[in-house]
Write a protein that binds this ligand. Sequence first.
Ligand SMILES: [Zn+2]
Length: 318
Amino acid sequence: MIQRCLLLTFTIFLLLSTIAHAEENVDIDQEKISLYKQMEAITLIPWYYLAAINRYESNINSDQSDENSLIRIKIPEQKWYGLTPANEPTAESVLEFFNGIGRDGDGDETADHTNEYDILYTMAHYLQQYGHSDQDIRTALWNYYHRELTVLSIMNYARLFKTYQKISLDETAFPIPKGYNYTYHNTWGDARGFGGRRIHEGTDIFAGYGTPVRATTFGVVELKGWNKFGGWRIGIRDIYNRYHYYAHLNGFTDGLEIGDIVEAGQAIGSVGSTGYGPPGTSGKFPPHLHYGMYKDNGKTEWSFDPYPHLKRWESKDP
Ligand SMILES: [Zn+2]
């Protein structure tokens, strides 16, 4: 009897913690957004830029154990402390004197590079010195990161957060809509002959000419056009520093341009057999969508196997 009671209690506990966890994510988003908006009130830096920087830094700092902290921006010590003799939390005025950017965000008179509020305020304060326009923030980000892809990613994340007024854009879709025939196998890493020795950086989904191709996640179109290997292809970056590459297309959806925001499930083009030659080359292999995924860690970008993702999205698709 006691055992059964314990089991029941445990089951209820599991059930409650599952529910609590689902609600927690929403709460954490709300908590983050309210923090960004507090900083916006003080510094006039629109909240979605702070959200975008935090999102980007969470992506590149994902190996660290502070998963529960709201702010995952890591400001390098040399930026925070400048030429301050000791790299220890200290008064703003000292850091300012030694050209450190560290500031005190929580009002404890100390600028501490491990304190979330101090970090977020320091970032907002840093941006503020350049101004509040899109172009000002772009310049500030360039001077901070010195990397084009980083600046582009953050600016695009900001646009996504501003457009949808939320920071979780996690809906997904299988690239081929329901009702169309297709087949695919795990072919990532296979050898490819054309254009020298390469490995196959993607999964091939075979389908008939003209079958619609959809964006698998929310994101921004980063590239569109011809490539001698990929034919007509399009590249979309999502808010997790992941680049989605769709190749050998017959054509693109009308009006879709570089810089456009796309939603998961939105049509972006159709299946074809273009590529393996100069612009317009087609029919050198059976029609299929080549779908590749790449991850940027803030320094380099590499291909990873999209097959497990495709399987998951396929089973989840309504
Ligand atoms: Zn392929």
